[in-house]
Design a protein around this ligand. Structure first.
Ligand SMILES: [Zn+2]
Length: 92
């Protein structure tokens, strides 16, 4: 191993210890801010391709589709007998 990054932080990941070479890549054991420990290819972490154990991606996907909030305005829309959309409440 040519590089000792023990204790270094990469985004959410902190390097714990060197694991070994797999498929020609240096793998390190990282601990994520969420508490998960995971063995990750160091070059991916250093490039910024991997920034968490995977929880970051899950959170971002979750944030993309927030729970739909109920619209609590006093305005209601109805279709009248002519097929037109009209407002029943909250009209000035
Ligand atoms: Zn995590």
């Amino acid at each position: 191993m040519s590089l000792d990054i023990t204790g270094e932080r990469y985004s959410r990941l902190i390097a714990i210890r060197y694991v070994g070479i797999r498929n020609g890549h240096n793998f390190w054991l990282f601990r994520c801010d969420c508490g998960t420990e995971k063995q990750i290819d160091l070059s991916r972490v250093r490039r910024g391709d991997t920034r968490s154990c995977g929880c970051l991606g899950r959170e971002m996907r979750h944030r993309k589709h927030p729970p739909r909030q109920r619209n609590n305005t006093s305005t209601e829309w109805i279709i009248d007998e002519n097929g037109n959309l009209s407002r029943t409440i909250g009209e000035p």
